[in-house]
Design a protein around this ligand. Structure first.
Ligand code: ADP
Ligand code: MG
Length: 244
C-alpha cells in the first residue's frame, strides 16, 4: 500500500511565527483524512504546503512519489495530481459554468474541447447542476458555485482532493448540498484531505481524524467515533466542546 501523500517532519514559519511544528502525516490512496482544529492553528497553511504554494523551512512533502519543491519544474506535474477547493469559489465571472469547468482541461491538459465538454456535463449532472451549464456565476447560489468549483477540480482527474472549509462562507441551507457532494465523492473512493468545522460531517466522512492545535498534530486516529465520543487529550475535548 503506497502512500499518496507523505509528509515528514514538516516545519513552517512566517518570520518568527512558527506555524507548523514537526508535522508527519501520510494519506493512503482512497483514504479520507479530516483535519480539524481551532482557527489559526495552521490547517490552511498545511494544505498549501501540500501543493507547494508555501515554501517550507524543514521536512519533506512527497506527492505520489514526487517531492514537492515550489521552485522546481516538477511542481506543475505535482499540481496536476492535486485538486484544491477553497472557501471562496474563484470562478471566472465573465465565463459560463461550462466554460469555467473546461478551461483548465483544454488549456493546461490540451484536451479536446468536445471531449472536455462531454465530461463536464456528466460531472455537472452528478452534482445536480446539468441545467445550469450556461449560467454565469452571478446567477448561481453560493452552494451551486461551490459545487461547480468541485466539478472544476474533478475534471482534472486529480489523485488527491484538498478541501479547505468549503462550506464556511455558505448560508446554512446550502451547506448540506455541498457536504452531500463531498460524501458522494468519498464513497466512490476518492482520496481526500478535508479541513472542516462541520463536526457531524467530519464524523460521517472521515476514515481518519487529525486534530491540529497551535501548529501541532495533537491527536490522530482511525477510531473516529471514539474521538468524538471521548477524545484522548484535554485540548481536543475543549475544542469539541465549543461545538456542543
Ligand atoms: P487555519 O487555517 O488553521 O485557521 P492558517 O494556516 O490560516 O490557520 O494560519 C496559521 C497561522 O499562520 C496564523 O497565525 C496566521 O496568522 C499565519 N499566517 C497564515 N498565512 C500567513 C502569511 N501568508 N503570512 C504570514 N502569516 C501567515
Ligand atoms: Mg484556514
Amino acid at each position: 500500500m503506497s502512500d499518496l501523500v507523505k509528509v515528514k517532519h514538516l516545519h513552517k514559519e512566517f518570520g518568527k511565527n512558527v506555524v507548523l511544528k514537526d508535522i508527519s502525516l501520510s494519506v493512503e490512496r482512497g483514504e479520507v483524512v479530516v483535519i480539524i482544529g481551532p482557527s489559526g492553528c495552521g490547517k490552511s497553511t498545511f494544505l498549501r504546503c501540500l501543493n507547494g504554494l508555501e515554501s517550507i523551512e524543514g521536512g519533506v512533502v512527497v506527492i505520489d512519489g514526487l517531492p514537492v519543491e515550489p521552485d522546481k519544474k516538477d511542481i506543475y506535474k505535482i499540481r496536476q495530481k492535486i485538486g484544491m477547493v477553497f472557501q471562496s469559489y474563484e470562478l471566472f465571472p465573465h465565463k459560463t459554468v461550462l466554460e469555467n469547468i473546461i478551461l483548465s482541461p483544454v488549456k493546461v491538459q490540451k484536451r479536446n474541447k468536445d471531449d472536455a465538454m462531454r465530461e463536464a456535463l456528466v460531472l455537472l449532472d452528478k452534482v445536480g447542476l446539468a441545467d445550469k451549464k450556461d449560467y454565469y456565476p452571478r446567477q448561481l447560489s453560493g452552494g451551486q458555485k461551490q459545487r461547480v468549483a468541485i466539478v472544476r477540480a474533478l475534471i482534472m482527474h486529480p489523485e488527491v482532493l484538498l478541501f479547505d472549509e468549503v462550506t464556511a462562507a455558505l448560508d446554512p441551507e446550502m451547506v448540506h448540498e455541498v457536504l452531500q457532494t463531498m460524501l458522494d465523492l468519498a464513497r466512490t473512493g476518492s482520496t481526500m484531505v478535508i479541513v472542516t468545522h462541520e463536526m457531524a460531517f467530519a464524523k460521517a466522512v472521515a476514515d481518519r481524524i487529525v486534530f491540529f492545535d497551535q501548529g501541532e498534530i495533537v491527536e490522530e486516529t482511525r477510531n473516529v467515533k471514539a474521538f468524538f465520543d471521548e477524545p484522548s487529550t484535554e485540548r481536543a475535548r475543549k475544542f469539541l466542546k465549543t461545538f456542543a
